[in-house]
Write a protein that binds this ligand. Structure first.
Ligand SMILES: Cc1cc2nc3c(=O)[nH]c(=O)nc-3n(C[C@H](O)[C@H](O)[C@H](O)COP(=O)(O)OP(=O)(O)OC[C@H]3O[C@@H](n4cnc5c(N)ncnc54)[C@H](O)[C@@H]3O)c2cc1C
Length: 394
């Protein structure tokens, strides 16, 4: 079988969106994904809001909007902001441009639209080098290699291995861990959470901390406990995230969500299950600009990893759209190196500014969300955006 023109490393939102867009444009490609199978892959993850002007455009161009609409939750748009004592400041209807979809459902939509033989599971990239002819050689953790591609696209997220062909930038810890937990429909606190959050999202701010509650497509709630802790909290051997009781005790201790938090939120924590660490990293905004590297580029978090700003997946899918468009515009790119490099450069130049701004926005939002007097700076941010603020006991 002839070597496909493009190797995409990673089957997250950016890699899958790119694969589908290349499929639609008749460009040959293969996706290498570290996860062992599609089944493992679909079980992971929370919910993403996919915006009309960015992420949804990639779905439209990939002919998948109708599929997206089957899973998207357009009624999940109510956003509430409280403080840790239970005072509500904001109840805001975000409108129809921000439907939520579970990560698993987004992946499922793409996986059903991409031929199965074009995704290779269990292919964790260990290293990329250059062969004697200068063409990138992919070395996988299972000992196999692959090469001969016209273009290698790093869609391999925060800890991208492909990035090493472009620069030596390493992600920096933002000082914050999101501890992800779950409240399922059989949980004793479920009906209370449901009456508070409904199908939308609730943010609760306290000094240097944040709780986020979000409803998922399977009716369960994801609770994200945002805390300032050392980077190695999940790996230093002192905390076992698989020990539910130990995690509940830790999260209820005075350094975390102690008794200065309303009893209601502490009850949510003492009934949560499935604790999972999610350390937040970012790369410096200035590193989202590099000299052109023949035959290699990056999309999504691999290119512009920032702290969460509600846009990361949307921008990742937008990158895929721009890259696929630029390749389609330079239709001799598959035979002509110069045309290929021009197409990739045109994509990169557009992405650099957008990517750097995304990181800056995420850093600013993190400072605001995790301020000493949180949630007040968040309240002000929304007020400046014209969102109505009124203080009341929730
Ligand atoms: C707590 C949290 C909440 C968020 N909420 C939102 C939100 O509401 N809206 C939003 O737009 N964004 C959100 N984001 C950001 C969003 O998750 C990311 O920006 C987005 O997933 C980036 O997509 P990606 O495809 O570039 O990378 P990823 O989603 O990280 O996907 C990378 C893929 O590459 C694979 N991979 C990694 N390394 C290798 C390797 N060496 N070899 C082969 N495969 C590899 C991985 O298994 C994965 O499948 C959130 C982020 C966090 C941390």
């Amino acid at each position: 079988m002839a070597t496909p023109s493009i190797a995409i490393i990673g089957a997250g939102p950016s890699g899958l969106a790119l694969a589908r867009l290349l499929e639609c444009r008749g460009i040959s490609y293969v996706v290498y994904e570290r996860d062992a199978s599609a089944a493992v892959f679909i079980r992971n993850g929370g919910t993403l809001d996919i915006h009309a002007s960015t992420g949804q455009r990639a779905l439209v161009e990939g002919g998948l909007l109708a599929e997206f609409e089957k899973y998207a939750r357009y009624d999940a748009s109510i956003f509430r902001l409280w403080d840790r004592h239970g005072t509500q400041y904001i109840q805001h209807e975000r409108g129809n441009d921000f439907p939520e979809i579970d990560r698993g459902d987004l992946r499922r939509i793409y996986l059903e639209a991409i031929p199965q033989d074009k995704i290779r599971w269990g292919k964790g990239l260990k290293r990329v080098t250059r062969g004697e002819d200068g063409v990138p050689v992919l070395e996988f953790a299972d000992g196999t290699t692959a090469s001969g591609f016209r273009l290698v696209v790093g869609a391999d997220g925060a800890w991208s291995k492909v990035r090493s062909l472009i620069n030596d930038v390493k992600p920096q810890y933002c000082g914050i861990h999101i501890i992800e937990t779950r409240i399922s429909p059989t949980n004793p606190v479920y009906s209370q959470v449901q009456s508070r959050v409904g199908k939308g999202m609730l943010l609760v701010g306290g000094p240097h901390k944040m709780i986020t509650l979000q409803n998922l497509g399977d009716e369960s709630y994801r609770m994200y406990l945002g805390v300032q802790v050392p980077a190695d909290i999940a790996t230093d051997g002192k905390v076992d995230f698989s020990d539910t009781e130990a995690m509940r005790t830790l999260c209820l201790s005075s350094d975390f969500f102690g008794d200065d938090w309303a009893a209601e939120f502490r009850a949510y924590i003492s009934n949560s299950t499935d604790f999972r660490p999610w350390p937040l990293y970012h790369i410096p905004p200035a590193s989202v600009a590099w000299d052109a590297v023949p035959g290699v580029t990056l999309v999504g978090d691999a290119a512009h990893l920032g702290p969460p700003s509600g846009e990361g997946a949307n921008f990742a899918m937008t990158d895929a759209l721009y890259l696929a468009d630029k390749l389609a515009e330079h239709d001799d790119w598959a035979k002509n190196d110069e045309a290929r490099d021009r197409a990739v450069r045109a994509y990169e130049v557009e992405m650099f500014e957008r990517g750097a701004e995304l990181i800056e926005r995420g850093v600013r939002m993190t400072e605001v969300f995790y301020a000493e007097d949180s949630p007040h700076p968040t309240v002000e941010l929304f007020r400046e955006k014209g969102v109505s603020v009124s203080e009341k006991e929730a």
